[in-house]
Write a protein that binds this ligand. Sequence first.
Ligand SMILES: Nc1ncnc2c1ncn2[C@@H]1O[C@H](COP(=O)(O)OP(=O)(O)OP(=O)(O)O)[C@@H](O)[C@H]1O
Ligand SMILES: [Mg+2]
Length: 207
Amino acid sequence: MIIAFLNQKGGVGKTTLAVHFASALSRMGKKVLLVDADPQGSSLDWSASRPDDPTFPVVGLPKPNLHKELPIIGINHDYVVIDGPPRVNELARSAIMASDIVIIPVQPSPYDVWAAKEIVDLLQEASTFKENIKSAFVINRKIVNTAIGRDVGEALAAYPLPVLKTSICQRVAFAESAAHGLTVLDTEPTGVASQEINALTREILEL
Ligand SMILES: Nc1ncnc2c1ncn2[C@@H]1O[C@H](COP(=O)(O)OP(=O)(O)OP(=O)(O)O)[C@@H](O)[C@H]1O
Ligand SMILES: [Mg+2]
């Protein structure tokens, strides 16, 4: 099963959610491979600052023929998680072609809702020859106790893709844990951030 976190818009949380999703799967005892398809190499940077005993490998593969190589590289893994690139359509297209599920992080802002058209268009283009691909939005960096998260959920309903029930809130723990090559599952395993990640992971697997 190959799951990609994609959005050509930068800074929406592709890397944060890909790293956390991969970590959550690994903690469930699954064999996970995290593929960094972004030339910036953020997941690779994260893995380089990880403690010495990594629970799953991270490889860099920012290439437009990702979809041809992944079936070979990903063999022997239960799940391959792709951290997608911003901007470059060629790479995003290849990641879509490689994937069974595409998760699109969006921030609760109208700019993100408008910008999501690009990835929705790419997905629709791909759907003609990838009929069974599943995709969904996830709202990331929702501000606790504000209505904008709900408003964005409603605005996203104009697109033909579902919005996941689980939202991820704006929490400093996400950035803090990343600084040490960790996730919130390591730094606060019973905290609210971890609960959100576990709920998101379950919801994605149910797709
Ligand atoms: N839920 C969150 N709460 C707090 N900070 C977050 C959250 N999600 C992401 N961030 C922070 O926002 C910034 C952008 O996130 P991230 O790098 O995951 O986005 P991205 O989509 O991968 O960006 P790029 O397009 O550059 O690859 C990072 O500094 C990250 O730590
Ligand atoms: Mg990134």
